[in-house]
Design a protein around this ligand. Sequence first.
Ligand SMILES: Nc1nc2c(c(=O)[nH]1)N[C@H]1C(S)=C(S)[C@@H](COP(=O)(O)OP(=O)(O)OC[C@H]3O[C@@H](n4cnc5c(N)ncnc54)[C@H](O)[C@@H]3O)O[C@H]1N2
Ligand code: MOO
Length: 660
Amino acid sequence: MPDAPPPRPDPAKLLDRVRRAARQEQFLDVVSAEEATRRFHAALDLRPLAAEEVPLAASLGRVVARTVTAACDAPPFDRSSVDGFALRAADAAGASEAAPRRLRLNAEVLACGVAPAVELLPGTATAIATGGMLPRGADAVAMIEWTALEEDSEGPVLLLKRPLAPGQFIGFAGSDIARGEALLRAGTVVTSREIGMLAAAGHATVPVVRRPRVAVISTGDELVPPGAPLPPGGIADSNAAILSAAVVENGGEPIPLGIFRDEEAALAGALRDGLARADLVVMSGGTSKGAGDVSHRILSRLEPPGVLVHGVALKPGKPLCLAVSGRTPVVVLPGFPTSAVFTFHEFVVPVLRALAGLPAREETTAPARLAVRTPSELGRTEYVMVSLAETADGLAAFPLGKGSGSVTAFSQADGFFAIPALDAGADADTPVGVRLIGGAARPPDLVLIGSHCVGLDIVLDALAADGLRARTLAVGSLGGLAAAKRGECDLAPAHLLDPASGAYNETFLAPGLRLVRGWRRRQGVVFRPGDPRFEGLEGAAAVRRAAGDSSCLLVNRNAGSGTRILLDGLLGGARPAGYANQPKSHNAVAAAVAQGRADWGVAIETVARDYGLGFLALADEHYDFFLPEARAGRAAVEAFLAALASDTVRARLAGAGFGA
Ligand SMILES: Nc1nc2c(c(=O)[nH]1)N[C@H]1C(S)=C(S)[C@@H](COP(=O)(O)OP(=O)(O)OC[C@H]3O[C@@H](n4cnc5c(N)ncnc54)[C@H](O)[C@@H]3O)O[C@H]1N2
Ligand code: MOO
């Protein structure tokens, strides 16, 4: 875990934002998403790129550029479809077990790949294998099982015991594929099946649409390549990774140009490079800055028509910039990862697919009911990422509530719905149409809504090993309890302390709910190891001491959390320095202490250990599960309960620091 000092804001960026806000001119001209698309498409040539001929082996997933006709027949000649004897059907007329027809056997055996040399004359037969080429004169094949062989003075004789119809057991030339027939049409995506057909019809190569090359540029002084150590304030460049992969998913070929600082010459060079090598240039970051900033100055020097849109009335995605240099689209996506990927899918993917010759992406909308009231910003169409859960009355949509900066929202969401620009929000129970992302996924076997705990991953891993897929929605203990009461989940994990009784969870039980015991989590004071203000103290004493030391900065927790209730109880009305800093998770508390932005806080022991922090125990909290009676009999719920009770899972929980 990082133990970095606090990130330093880029003063130039901040100043620029302040100036812009003061001038109230954030963007050139904020337009609707429809208008943005109209302007963009009007300036582009959206026909598929030119064709290129590629070897069959390289054609998988490519888009056929023009109609491909069969170069030869399949099968290429009339052939036998059984092992037996080629003959004339007329010679088999009236044949039976009792009165077999006698045919003279020709001195030729037509194995596969043998060109017949002997013409089949009336009254004769030629041995032929499955796939063998029919000799001239033959019009049917008798299965070997219907025949017997004899020898007379003139040589071998075939006894045929059944009559045959003309054409019987013959696969005629061109009956599967006829030479000149259209095999594949433009726009077909090549799969293994198409490749087999092309090979059979005599093609070693196939004409496909050239893949649009997309230059991907990340901008930002804070960015580092994924996996590289994060300096203070550093952020992994996830946009380039997700955008490059999405380019491939939509028929393009990414050209990752890397990370560029907000430095005019370097960025201008990267853009020139992108324009020279690619059919489309996608940059991300630095676009919400006002006129006069680096990317703005660079884009203003594009060939006409240049910048078409800067600012779209939607969320996420307001600062999107759409430009065209000559015929090449240049798009600057917002830096925030959810905004970047969302606007990429809305504005860039349709262009990319058109250039790649792919049909527009299929979109499925599922009707659902909004689970909780969701506020939204007036003046912008807001797209809300949601997870779906099945209930007795259809689907319930849970907003992920992670914001534009999230790197997980787009991959964890099942879809999104829109709140119109003129609404300030949508009430709970509003019917919404959820546009599904990534097609209609199989619904999970088990839905857990409530508080998250790393211990839960241990139980769910055991279920996954048995092929059961669980979905967890972290909405906090109270949110989970409400969802359980509404029947929206199978289990609601919670750690709710009743301050009056000191008991966990029990007193929150409601009719129709059952309480399943989970595990205990040790809560305690976290501090940087070696800090003499804490080392060696007992938990409650450390709280008292720190609360009385104004140089000792606290990181608190949000109201309503079990941890906050515990801490408030111990503080007995004291308000130590830092009390107003109230993040919503154990990890945020640990990160603040580890990075030196605070000196102490209260978190669970496993998290303290993960961040390499010192820990002084305060209390054991119970992490349990509310189970709606109506869901109790479900096989996946039974499996969860069995896993929870199993020795292996219990041992793993204990190993991770969770008590029985
Ligand atoms: N005072 C105002 N502040 C902001 C406004 C505003 O109107 N007034 N707009 C907000 C909106 S909306 C968005 S969206 C963001 C977008 O800002 P930028 O496009 O200028 O992006 P940056 O400032 O460069 O970065 C924002 C954020 O995203 C992270 N980032 C950037 N690139 C990447 C990358 N390649 N991989 C991962 N993460 C990336 C960056 O570190 C920042 O945290 O601005 C709001 N602010
Ligand atoms: O438009 Mo920004 O994308 O709201 O977050």
